[in-house]
Design a protein around this ligand. Sequence first.
Ligand code: SAM
Length: 222
Amino acid sequence: MIPWKQLGRAALPDGELVLLQRGDEFVLRMRGVELMTSRSHRSEELLATLTCVDAPPKAHVLICGLGMGFTARAALDTLGPEAKLTIAELVPEVVAWNRGPLAHLAKRPLDDPRVTVRIEDAAAVIQGQRAMFDVIVLDVDNGPEAFTAPSNAALYSVRGLERAYVALRSGGRLGVWSVEDSPSFTGKLHRAGFTVEKHRVPSRPNTRVQHVVWIASRSASR
Ligand SMILES: C[S@@+](CC[C@H](N)C(=O)[O-])C[C@H]1O[C@@H](n2cnc3c(N)ncnc32)[C@H](O)[C@@H]1O
């Protein structure tokens, strides 16, 4: 078996994020827990497609968490030429890896002129914004109940979801990815004011493994 090779390491306040390669597979591991593998990205793509599908031509989309760029690529492929995509990524090394060894995986989304990268906590990018985004796509962790970074819990709390609601324009959508279902999270989205659809999506083609995507809409009249 081919051994894993460490390509990069980012020091985080309470741990580390490492980038590993084995053959043509890449993995991001946060504090020892797998955060993302290049072998499985269909659900990350569907997250963007389902959330951006009806976005207006000049939509402003916020992607929270760059990872390996699959969600960003799917959003770019779904949106029109006049859309704007802001990517909030906490770890500068992840952005550098997406311009380096990971760039080919999602066909270099960071080179698209519609993209602006903010190296910042997604919570800080959302906080205080009013009617700024048509779409917010949230995939900074393994889901609303599976945190590799405990500080990310705030983004998935009712308070965090209320902030996302206010940051969306009327009729806007929030898409959230999770490794597994969370009935209590559906309730939190409702409490924050959203109408909610939940989708079970394949993790990759020809598999029975499913992930969960919530599409939460802000009503067009509020
Ligand atoms: C699971 S990966 C995202 C995978 C991505 N959807 C894709 O298609 O490759 C999570 C990403 O979110 C970043 N991240 C974690 N916490 C964050 C935060 N609070 N704000 C912004 N980015 C964050 C991680 O560094 C990582 O790049």
